[in-house]
Design a protein around this ligand. Structure first.
Ligand SMILES: Cc1cc2nc3c(=O)[nH]c(=O)nc-3n(C[C@H](O)[C@H](O)[C@H](O)COP(=O)(O)OP(=O)(O)OC[C@H]3O[C@@H](n4cnc5c(N)ncnc54)[C@H](O)[C@@H]3O)c2cc1C
Ligand SMILES: Nc1c(O)cccc1C(=O)O
Length: 502
């Protein structure tokens, strides 16, 4: 099959009946659910881009194995050009959503591609697991499917391991083996976009301890598998608010959900690992599913930070405050943050690691540096929007007010910005900023940047320990290697007079 159109993606959603709970009721048809309608349209646009002459050659390629056209997320990078082809995809998808949708199809399809290209690591534990991963990658690639994932245990008692929680199956674990497959029970979080995806893949960050065997799991199943319950968080926009009043929240609400598995059957051919703490702890480091996705998240994060910075620059301009030193200082800081991330991405693409298989991994040091900086830089961009917008962020009327002729004169007179910026233009600018820095929608985007790649504190500590393990810090040795001349001689500088040729 190869690349899908947006209509085919939507028809796929219509062909299934996942158990989705939203605001206390079961969703009967996700495509008719007003909260999901616009986000589905935004994802469908990404699928249509694969057929658009402007994008097709940039974001898709002909699969060597099948001869079909497939998305570049399924490309195993073997050359710098391959890496650029993946970047072109990440950039095109990020720009289509201003970087505001973190879990677009390319993200997990890159994760799966990395699992596929490094599945041999599983062979020592169970060769069938490696085969299952390979078959699953081909299935998702050839059907161009959209995955969600939930790799975190629900936030119950973080001071205790999974097997020490109040209930043995609060956290998702294996209950029993059957001839058809594994029965799993418990919960995982946070499956972003789960309600509008095709499949769910489950695995975990490293960190399992002896006694956690039943939780050491990795598998994938269709999103409408019987017994899988999708519990959505409270919506951040109800789908009725206008594009004028909420130019971003009305389009890019990325629903998050807890997945509850009520004795769900995972067929054996969908089991990638289980009951093996060592394999589960090594999945990340041995399959590159931290490093390759970090390229996608780095590009997406750059676009998101760049977008917030551009909004801040235009916000300041709209009310003439970018003439002031303090505003220029803040805006300059945001621009330098954007340029820092842009430079780090280039370094990551130039300083690659080449695996024995020939796969090239963009450099982990610059990528993890991006992952450590964005959780600080993006919240700062939100703060600068709040500081520049000030009270103006709370004086925006609605599109309905602008539509009422009785108010027309006041709207133009009292809401106008600097000379050349009409009342409607200034209010639209401030609404764009408010969606990013004031709305619950914007606060989720901030929390996403802080936590989507894990706890930034622990990730930075892991980064430090990995960096210390591979770097020598030998300038310190150089500085300490000056011969000790003894105090009386320290002042004597045996500088030889330069020989001057007459
Ligand atoms: C908007 C959003 C979207 C997300 N989307 C996804 C997704 O699609 N798929 C997915 O799998 N996950 C997703 N996540 C979850 C994300 O992976 C987690 O938020 C992240 O791993 C941090 O875990 P936590 O939220 O459970 O925080 P916790 O680990 O519960 O941390 C809470 C606080 O306690 C501290 N803490 C907890 N445990 C320790 C410890 N052992 N040592 C030191 N400090 C500790 C932390 O530093 C933090 O301050 C998403 C998160 C957000 C915010
Ligand atoms: N956060 C991640 C995820 O959700 C899937 C794969 C990788 C990561 C990561 O941050 O490394």
């Amino acid at each position: 099959m190869g690349i899908r159109t947006g209509a085919q993606y939507i028809n796929g959603l219509k062909s299934r009946q996942p158990e989705i709970w939203l605001s206390g009721r079961k969703v009967t048809n996700v495509c008719d659910e007003i909260v999901f309608r616009q986000p589905i349209r935004e994802i469908a646009k990404l699928y249509d881009m694969q057929h658009d002459p402007e994008y097709q050659d940039k974001i898709t390629h002909i699969c060597d194995e099948t001869g079909e056209r497939v998305n570049n997320a399924f490309l195993i990078p073997k050359t710098h050009e391959d890496l650029q082809a993946r970047r072109a995809l990440f950039e095109a998808y990020a720009k289509a959503t201003f970087g505001l949708m973190g879990r677009t199809p390319d993200f997990l399809n890159v994760v799966l591609t990395s699992l596929f290209s490094n599945a041999s690591f599983l062979e020592k534990y169970n060769p069938q697991w490696a085969e299952n991963v390979r078959a699953y990658y081909r299935y998702i690639r050839d059907n161009d499917l959209f995955l969600t994932h939930a790799i975190i245990n629900p936030q119950n008692d973080r001071s205790k391991s999974s097997h020490e929680q109040q209930d043995l199956f609060t956290h998702l674990g294996a209950v029993k083996e059957t001839p058809q497959g594994l029965i799993v029970r418990g919960a995982k979080m946070i499956a972003t976009l789960a309600p509008i995806t095709d499949e769910v893949i489950i695995y975990s960050f490293p960190g399992f301890k002896p006694g956690d065997e039943r939780y050491a799991l990795a598998f994938a199943i269709p999103i409408d598998t019987p017994g899988l319950r999708i519990l959505c968080r409270e919506p951040m926009q109800d789908g009725t608010r206008s594009l004028f009043d909420h130019p971003l929240a009305s389009r890019f609400e990325e629903m998050d959900a807890v997945l509850v598995f009520h004795d769900v059957l995972v067929p054996w051919d969908r089991v990638f690992l289980y009951n093996n703490v060592e394999a589960a702890n090594l999945l990340y480091p041995k399959t590159g599913i931290a490093q390759q996705p970090a390229h996608q998240t780095g590009v997406r994060g750059l676009i998101k930070l760049q977008f917030a910075t551009e909004v801040a620059v235009r916000l300041a301009d709209s009310i003439g405050v970018d003439v002031y030193l303090n505003v220029q200082n803040d805006l300059g800081e945001l621009i330098q943050s954007v340029e820092s991330i842009r430079a780090l991405l280039r370094i990551a693409e130039l300083e690659c690691d080449v695996l024995p298989s020939g796969e090239i991994m963009p450099g982990w040091v610059p990528l993890e540096t991006i992952r450590g900086l964005l959780p600080k830089m993006y919240p700062r961009a939100v703060e600068v929007l709040q500081i520049i917008g000030a009270g103006g962020l709370l004086m925006s009327p609605t599109g309905a007010d602008f539509a009422n002729p009785e108010l027309a004169e006041d709207m133009e007179k009292y809401f106008a910005g600097r000379l050349g910026v009409s009342g409607k233009e200034r209010v639209r600018m401030f609404k764009l900023a408010w969606d990013l820095c004031g709305e619950a929608f914007g606060q989720r985007l901030l929390q996403y940047e802080r936590y989507y790649t894990g706890d930034p504190i622990r990730k930075r500590a892991i980064f430090f320990n990995n960096y210390k393990r591979v770097r020598s810090f030998d300038m310190v040795d150089d500085a300490l290697s000056v011969p000790d001349l003894g105090d009386d001689k320290m002042g004597a500088f045996d500088i030889k007079e330069p020989v001057v040729k007459s």
